[in-house]
Write a protein that binds this ligand. Structure first.
Ligand code: GLN
Length: 305
């Protein structure tokens, strides 16, 4: 396995010159585009690492399936899905168009920004700090990393330039979908996106999803089986945004990408995979990261289809 992972990373190095880091969040544009790392955590606890696997980056949208689980724990499934839908959009992750053209103004799914912001507004807590601390605690449990924290500079950068996310949040507030104060919900969303992780952390979270909620190291239950099934389904249909169809054909795994360059992929009953490389394609997915996953999927016959 170690040799195959190293081969996948070497293969993906050929694509490092393509694309560029996200720049609409100024702090992310500073990333070193030569970075490339990958981690595999098998459901039996075996781990394999390659390249810059310990380099930290902000989790960004990879946080969305995790926040969804917490939101589902806090509310009934009926409540959550009466306000956020279950359908892919075919639009960019931060698109506003369907909110106005769809009849209900309900965000189409929890993996796009509008849906994820709504999902955050359902998370329980007396104060904004309590809500974020509950979320962070859950991320720490899933990643088995008690030291996870958020990156202040990226958080500030997102907050200062988050005009489009503010527009989305205000739109769903106006439509009666968002709960609570718009600015407080955005603070929670931006902090959540700014949580710092490395490939190893997201591979461990993916391994928990792969084993339907059990820890790969202790076998203890960390998350309800039903919720892991739900989020894996969203990852297949919407996890790579408007590239989800092509990714399903080429890689065939539930996966979630983030604009800092991370991708978390899960191979049911077998392993979690975390990859990182900052250069993105036009849809906001890490180019070299997808190449690592393509290589692994082909070489190890990982596709679920
Ligand atoms: N924080 C980012 C945003 O809201 C997350 C987007 C992403 O990773 N695709 O724009």
């Amino acid at each position: 396995m170690q040799r195959i992972l190293d081969e996948a990373v070497e293969y993906a190095r050929n694509f490092l010159h393509q694309g560029k880091p996200a720049s609409y969040i100024p702090e992310l544009a500073k990333a070193d585009p030569s970075l490339l790392g990958a981690a595999i955590v098998e459901t039996n606890g075996s781990t394999y690492f390659s390249g810059d696997f310990e380099k930290s980056f902000t989790i960004q949208s990879i946080s969305k399936p995790i926040a969804l689980i917490l939101s589902l724990k806090d509310n009934s499934e009926n409540f959550v899905f009466s306000r956020v839908g279950m359908e892919p959009t075919g639009d960019a992750f931060n698109s506003i168009i369907k909110l106005e053209t769809e009849e209900s103004s309900k965000p189409l799914n929890p993996m796009i920004n509008a849906g994820a912001i709504a999902i955050d507004s359902f998370i329980k807590g007396k104060t904004p700090d309590e809500k974020f601390n509950r979320l962070l605690k859950f991320f720490r449990q899933l990643s088995h990393n008690p030291d996870l924290t958020y990156d202040h500079d990226v958080y500030r950068s997102e907050d200062e330039t988050g005009f489009r996310n503010r527009a989305l949040a205000n739109f769903i507030e106006d439509a009666g979908i968002l709960l609570g104060d718009v600015e407080e919900v955005l603070e929670l969303y931006f902090k959540q996106c700014s949580i710092k992780v490395c490939c190893k952390d997201i591979a461990i979270i993916a391994a928990v999803l792969a084993s339907n909620g059990l820890s790969p190291f202790t076998n203890n239950r960390i998350c309800e089986r039903h919720y892991t099934r739900l989020v894996k389904t969203f990852m297949v249909t919407c996890g790579m945004y408007d590239a989800s169809g092509e990714f399903a054909v080429k890689v065939g795994l539930p996966a979630k990408s983030g604009v800092a360059g991370g991708i978390m992929a899960t191979v049911p009953d077998r392993m979690g995979i975390g990859v990182y490389s900052p250069n993105l394609d036009v849809k906001g997915n890490s180019i070299a990261g997808m190449k690592v996953l393509e290589y692994l999927s082909t070489r190890l016959d990982l596709s679920i289809f």
